[in-house]
Design a protein around this ligand. Sequence first.
Ligand code: ZN
Length: 113
Amino acid sequence: MARKRSKHDPYGDLQREEEDAPAAVVPCWLCGRPTGKTIVWHHPVPKSRGGRDVVPMHPICQQTLISNFTNSELQRHGMDVEGLLATPTIRKFVDWVANKDPDFTAPMVKKQR
Ligand SMILES: [Zn+2]
């Protein structure tokens, strides 16, 4: 199942030329992985609480945040991502998502267990 990885593949080079936006990769605020095709601009301090700053995030990371914290808690943490990461649930999520593809998303409607 391993993906072929050939440095001398002419088609590989062609593909690389087509998607020429290497500088556009920004790390996710929460998990630190590079963002994928979809970047969510998240307000660490909720807009409804006067937050103006936005940070790049994976959709799944934002979903995890907003499903685990209330607006008040998010406001309290603000830009302090370390504080959020110190939360066991978030820590566990980040460790779990670390090996996923940047474009990985999962339906977070139901909590497992
Ligand atoms: Zn992320």
